[in-house]
Design a protein around this ligand. Structure first.
Ligand code: R5P
Length: 316
């Protein structure tokens, strides 16, 4: 089986291929002068993506990632259906259809934020993107999506996977935390899993978001005096959530505070802001970021195995 990737997930696709012991091929991606994207499956990769199931690793972030993902799925479908007709008449023009076997692994599912309709007339963006992609592949692997339930009911099976085991292992090795904090109720499951794996104390805060840049936490007594604390979240964007939680921890006597997440978006100077409040910032490479210190490959590999098993396909 083979792993392929486009322009936004090359490193992670290689990590996945290493974890699976499969080959990894980069697809050709470039941009026309007007910025529109172009993608092509190189001639030497065509046989590889036809002979066995293929896992495409691609982010739907930023927006250009959605288009690139769709174009790569289109090309993979054509090649696997044997539709190779081309104006230059290069190679065979058609080949037998090799059937289903395109899996899409999405390390960071862009547009996952809008997972509910808060006001009438709003698009449920996560569902829209999920429907678009699932119409062009045979299964999805999604890493640490904020609210997996938004993708329920899609036409293909989905394996939800998580990098929390690797994140726990990384924190244990580098930080040795005494205490794990979830900065809001939404991260309780992930953060408590990390605390359990490490075998340390755990608590959570209750957060209210006033706007994209302003959040407040309900005051809570945390038993963190003299302790090393790691705040664990699915994603860090502006850093506001972490900075406010870190402030509360410092005020209650924590000696060290670290921030760890799957998805390091780090928008608008977030890292500089974070480093005023925390001693370290740790993220996976689900999307390219300056704090990529945790491999997302093993988590994606678990998702691939789960999906292949569910589909009755041999993953060896
Ligand atoms: C939301 O509930 C998420 O889990 C994160 O807490 C949030 O997206 C972080 O955003 P920011 O870094 O902008 O506070």
């Amino acid at each position: 089986m083979v792993v392929v990737s486009g322009s936004n997930s090359h490193v992670l696709a290689q990590q996945l291929a290493d974890a699976l012991g499969w080959e990894h091929h980069g697809l050709e991606t470039r941009r026309f002068p007007d910025t529109e994207g172009y993608i092509r499956i190189p001639t030497e990769v065509i046989e590889a993506v036809r002979s066995e199931p293929v896992v495409l690793v691609s982010n739907t972030f930023p927006d250009s990632g959605i288009v690139e993902t769709l174009l790569m799925l289109e090309a993979l479908n054509d090649v696997r259906h044997g539709q190779l007709q081309n104006l230059r008449e290069i190679g065979p023009q058609s080949l037998p259809d090799v059937g289903k076997g395109i899996l899409l692994a999405i390390p960071y599912f862009g547009y996952s934020r809008q997972d509910k309709r808060f006001k009438p007339g709003e698009a449920i963006s996560a569902r829209a993107i999920g429907q678009l992609l699932s119409s062009r592949c045979d299964g999805l692997i999604v890493l640490d999506i904020h609210a997996p339930q938004v993708l329920e009911g899609l036409s293909v099976p989905i394996a939800f996977t998580s990098a929390m085991p690797e994140l726990a292992n990384h924190l244990q090795t580098t930080v040795e935390p005494d205490f794990i904090l979830s900065p809001d109720k939404g991260a309780i499951d992930r953060a408590s899993e990390v605390a359990q794996t490490i075998g340390c104390e755990f608590s959570y805060l209750e957060k209210t978001r006033i706007d994209a840049h302003t959040i407040v936490h309900k005051a809570k007594n945390l038993d963190v005096a003299g302790k090393r604390v790691a705040i664990v979240d699915d994603m860090i964007a502006t850093g506001g959530t972490i900075c406010r939680a870190a402030e509360a921890l410092r005020n209650q006597g924590a000696t060290q505070v670290h921030a760890a997440c799957s998805h390091g978006l780090f928008t608008g100077g977030a890292i500089a802001r974070l480093l005023r409040y925390v001693d370290g910032v740790h993220a996976t490479g689900s999307l390219a970021n300056a704090r990529d210190v945790i491999s997302g490959g093993p988590a994606l590999a678990r998702g691939v195995h789960e999906l292949l098993e569910g589909l009755g396909l041999d993953s060896q």
